[in-house]
Design a protein around this ligand. Structure first.
Ligand SMILES: Nc1ncnc2c1ncn2[C@@H]1O[C@H](COP(=O)(O)OP(=O)(O)OP(=O)(O)O)[C@@H](O)[C@H]1O
Ligand SMILES: [Mg+2]
Length: 259
């Protein structure tokens, strides 16, 4: 008989009293035409944790994080961030909340006509109270933290895929986000570079004290970065546990991801 010990049961799962919740998603539904993608998804992100989200291609992982930054609006359910429902806040408040969130897209989109430094300055331009010295300090610090201090004056075309990812992350870091959403941060990279990016995610977590949601198909990335893993199936969180717990699960569907 299959054990269900690792399977997430919404009524009982994820109750960690006392742990601060930076994100709490309840009963989230979203459909595109007749395609129901999320169907009552519940998810909690605790302060300071890195949560890995796994699931088959098309299971709604990217849709989930797009809902969190309101690039998409859910049909039903709620997303609380820092204790506030993101659908209920006004525009100014939403902008303030967005500033606390970093988003590393599947393709680390950089502006090709700008140098690395200009790319990093770009998101800071709207911050009118930031002095030039502070901007420069943040850029240097972020580049140093991703190990690319010498790349400030390079053009994106001169960078490798791994370097572009690092610069994408640096651009997120200069905003000093409290939550970082990573969509497949290691996809398209060779195993060594992928591992470096995974290790960088862990370094960022401790150095910037961020909470993170990391979407990945890369088992090594999941193992390195996760404090906890959830697995999406049929529009819900189907399984939840540590990487090792899920890898050792005797649920066939869960196990199939780790083979
Ligand atoms: N803006 C959109 N309009 C219509 N359908 C969409 C839109 N965004 C996503 N979808 C659909 O929602 C489903 C989930 O897509 P999503 O991108 O979240 O998958 P995913 O789990 O991230 O997959 P992958 O692992 O391949 O990145 C897919 O069927 C996709 O076609
Ligand atoms: Mg995706």
């Amino acid at each position: 008989m299959e054990s269900i010990s690792n399977i997430y049961i919404p009524s009982e799962g994820l109750q960690l009293p006392g742990d601060e919740r930076v994100v709490e998603i309840k009963d989230l539904h979203i459909a595109f035409g007749s395609t129901k993608v999320l169907r009552g998804l519940n998810l909690v992100l605790h302060k300071g944790e890195n949560l890995v989200v796994m699931g088959k291609s098309g299971s709604g992982k990217s849709v989930l994080i797009k809902c969190m930054v309101r690039l998409l609006d859910a049909d039903k359910g709620s997303i609380e961030m820092f204790g506030k429902d993101i659908e209920q806040v006004d525009r100014d408040e939403l902008n303030e909340m967005r500033k606390k969130m970093g988003f590393l897209f599947q393709s680390a989109a950089l502006y090709d006509s700008m140098t690395v430094k200009e790319n990093l300055e770009f998101p800071l331009r709207n911050e009118k109270n930031l002095a030039e010295a502070e901007i420069n300090k943040r850029i240097t610090e972020a580049l140093e933290n991703v190990g690319l201090r010498e790349a400030a004056n390079k053009m994106p075309s001169e960078l490798s895929g791994g370097m572009r990812k690092r610069i994408g992350l640096a651009r997120t870091l200069i905003m000093k986000p409290q939550i970082i959403l990573y969509d497949e941060p290691t996809t398209g990279l060779d195993p060594v570079t992928a591992r470096e990016i995974s290790e960088l995610i862990v370094k960022v977590q401790s150095k910037y004290e961020t909470s993170g949601i990391i979407i990945t198909h890369d088992l090594e990335c999941a193992r390195i970065t996760s404090n906890r893993v959830v697995m999406l199936k049929d529009g819900k969180c189907y399984a939840e546990g540590t990487f090792d717990e899920l890898r050792g699960s005797d649920n066939k569907w869960v196990h199939s991801f780790f083979e």
